[in-house]
Design a protein around this ligand. Structure first.
Ligand code: SF4
Ligand code: SF4
Ligand code: F3S
Length: 400
């Protein structure tokens, strides 16, 4: 490593240890499909940055996106976020309120034109001039249109901001749309859909933008390919049961209790792109994602699936032949998200015989992902390792 480690750690870093920070950057690089050496570069770039100002605008939302990001059970994500950025305006978290908060927003935008990151959660109501969501007496639609063109980057967090989410579900009484639709496609942006999305996908995207100074490679729905390139179904630990035709038919039946495939209970994994099986949630170890806990994926991150298709409806298998082989299109390639869909080996094999509470190890997940030519599993390792060490008092007290 060419720089001394201490030079790679932001001076302002608070509760996160140097060791955790460097490890996080290395694994974040891997999760984004970057060479491992990029971890040190990300750490160095972030360490030398002035904390970038962030304006966080909320439209029609439930605060779930903020809660999942900043109130995670594991302190690393929220601490890293709050240490790495200067959150100049956030309606829920800002200390000032009312006129003072609005003045802080305007001041930050004025002083940081072209340098701040605009984060949007919630959908934007368009009906009746946008009167159904107002901040300081002004429709959020107007505030968004004034603010977005001045930002360095726009990141939509959650399905509401990315494609309309719950508020846009039929009958959509407020005319709710995504940030992109509200802006008429005039501003380039990154979508991190999910309801709520995985905080690591948001954090990795912020690190990428800060380090590389450009947007990560996006699919045709504006999502970072490093997180949304694979179908849930491709990495699901129940996939072996799907292939073998073993399905739960009712909640609580024998198949459900034995961990069989949830397809016939309406699981939308075969038509939803996200890294949930690899990234997991809450840093509590294996199976900590919807399907892992016995709940079918309802396609929360997929436009046209989540909040659109009835929950019990069986998922389309449009991306596969009945034998599980990708469907060939006229040009000989299946194009999903602007890329070529290929069936890749799962990042872990179904823990059919594993005793309760013992799924695939983090290392096995990471190695399998690497062998498959993708690094998505490394993000899961980030979550699992950080979570494990935080819960291991011995690891906490070790010196770097
Ligand atoms: Fe809430 Fe989901 Fe919308 Fe986020 S995407 S604001 S969690 S409804
Ligand atoms: Fe997993 Fe759902 Fe696919 Fe079954 S249908 S393998 S539960 S993602
Ligand atoms: Fe959402 Fe399905 Fe993942 S419901 S959180 S995309 S498993």
């Amino acid at each position: 490593m060419q720089d001394h480690e201490s030079d790679l750690v932001p001076k302002y870093l608070g509760l996160v240890s140097r060791r955790d920070f460097l490890k996080f950057c290395t694994l974040a690089a891997a999760s984004m499909g970057l060479p491992l050496g990029m971890g040190a570069k990300i750490a160095a770039a972030v360490a030398n940055l002035k904390r970038p100002p962030v304006i966080w605008l909320s439209g029609q939302e439930c605060t779930g996106c903020t809660e999942s990001l900043l109130r995670s059970t594991h302190p690393t994500v929220e601490t890293l976020i709050l240490d790495l950025i200067s959150l100049d305006y956030h309606e829920t978290l800002s200390t000032p309120s009312g006129d003072l908060a609005e003045a802080a927003r305007k001041k930050s935008i004025e002083e940081n034109k072209g340098k701040f990151i605009l984060v949007v959660d919630g959908s934007i109501p368009m009906k009746d001039g946008g009167i159904y969501c107002q901040i300081g007496g002004k429709p959020v639609l107007e505030i968004l249109r004034e603010t977005a063109p001045l930002a360095m980057a726009v990141i939509n967090i959650g399905s509401c901001a990315s494609w309309g989410g719950i508020p846009s579900a039929t009958p959509n009484p407020t005319g709710a749309v995504s940030t992109a639709e509200a802006l008429g496609g005039k501003v380039t942006m990154i979508n991190i859909p999910g309801c709520p999305p995985n905080p690591y996908n948001f954090l990795s995207t912020v690190l990428y933008v800060l380090t590389v100074k450009k947007l990560p490679e996006l699919d045709d729905k504006g999502r970072p390919k490093f997180a949304y390139r694979r179908l849930i179904h491709e990495g699901c630990e129940r996939r072996a049961h799907f292939d073998a035709g073993r399905f739960a038919l009712k909640f609580g039946d024998e198949g459900h209790l034995r961990g069989w495939c949830l397809y016939k209970l309406g699981c939308k994994g075969p038509e939803t792109f996200n890294n949930c099986p690899e990234q997991l949630f809450g840093d509590v170890g294996p199976r900590s994602w919807p399907v892992g806990t016995g709940c079918p994926c309802f396609g929360c991150s997929e436009k046209g699936v989540g909040f659109t298709k009835p929950i019990p409806e069986q998922a389309s298998l449009q991306y596969f032949t009945p034998g599980g082989v990708p469907l060939e299109k006229a040009d000989g390639k299946v194009r999903v998200g602007g890329g070529e869909l290929r069936l890749t080996p799962p990042t872990a094999f179904a823990p059919i015989e594993a005793p309760e509470g013992h799924g695939a190890s983090a290392v096995a997940v990471g190695i399998a992902a690497g062998l498959a030519g993708v690094a998505v599993g490394a993000a899961a390792v980030t979550a699992l390792k950080l979570g494990k060490e935080k819960s291991d008092p011995g690891a906490e007290t070790k010196k770097d």
